[in-house]
Design a protein around this ligand. Sequence first.
Ligand SMILES: NC(=O)c1ccc[n+]([C@@H]2O[C@H](COP(=O)([O-])OP(=O)(O)OC[C@H]3O[C@@H](n4cnc5c(N)ncnc54)[C@H](OP(=O)(O)O)[C@@H]3O)[C@@H](O)[C@H]2O)c1
Length: 234
Amino acid sequence: MPVALITGASEGLGKALATALAERHWALVIDARRAPQLLAVADELRRHTDVRAIVGDVTDIEHRAALARAVDEAGRLDLLVNNASTLGPTPLRPLAEVDVFELAEVFRTNAGAPFDLITRVLPMLRRSDGAVVNVSSDAAIEHYERWGAYGAGKAALDHLTLTLAAENPSGHFYAIDPGDMRTAMHQAAYVGEDISDRPLPETVVPALLNLIDARPVSGRYRAAEFATSAEVAS
Ligand SMILES: NC(=O)c1ccc[n+]([C@@H]2O[C@H](COP(=O)([O-])OP(=O)(O)OC[C@H]3O[C@@H](n4cnc5c(N)ncnc54)[C@H](OP(=O)(O)O)[C@@H]3O)[C@@H](O)[C@H]2O)c1
């Protein structure tokens, strides 16, 4: 049974992807900070597969060690999805109004934690020819006003992903921009605005599954590049 470690799997894209993989009978290691939400999702997914749910914050080194131990106990790792992320201080503000400690926290969450998790589980991923999917954003390559801290953190994540790819040519390292999605994070960026026109995260999952199955050359991609025409139309 293939095994995936997905961070931030109690809601949004992480939950949607965990659900799809569970339905394909992948075993899962999942995390999130809030216990009730994570444990409820884990209970749902156990109808399909083995689930190890570890409550914690990806910025906590002990928590990341616990995630790596859970993967060890599962016996193999085929996919690491670094999905948990922060916008930084909200409401979003101009970059010059973000202080250096806030910026450091964004980098710690959006680049440092994924990097540390990758290095901890890389030997297991290599043994199963597994893949790393780092969830990025269009903000990593565009320069939107007020998105500077988040965008810089995602740009760092992209850079780490592509350097690991260059250094490990036989590996599978992906930075994936999922596109806008109707989630709590998106709503937090657009306080008080109606985001009901954004697609649900479940609509992005088929493209992610196509990417995971297709194993293209390592790189930075938009999820939409892996959507079939039927998925785009739906
Ligand atoms: N939504 C969009 O429009 C959009 C666009 C481009 C890229 N993205 C990227 O897509 C990914 C998923 O975003 P989303 O919109 O699905 O987010 P979401 O719905 O807000 O869900 C975030 C998930 O991550 C968990 N989480 C957050 N911080 C964490 C931490 N420090 N440690 C452990 N778990 C943490 C949350 O649970 P707890 O709060 O309980 O920890 C939750 O399960 C992110 O990487 C985001 O940057 C999103």
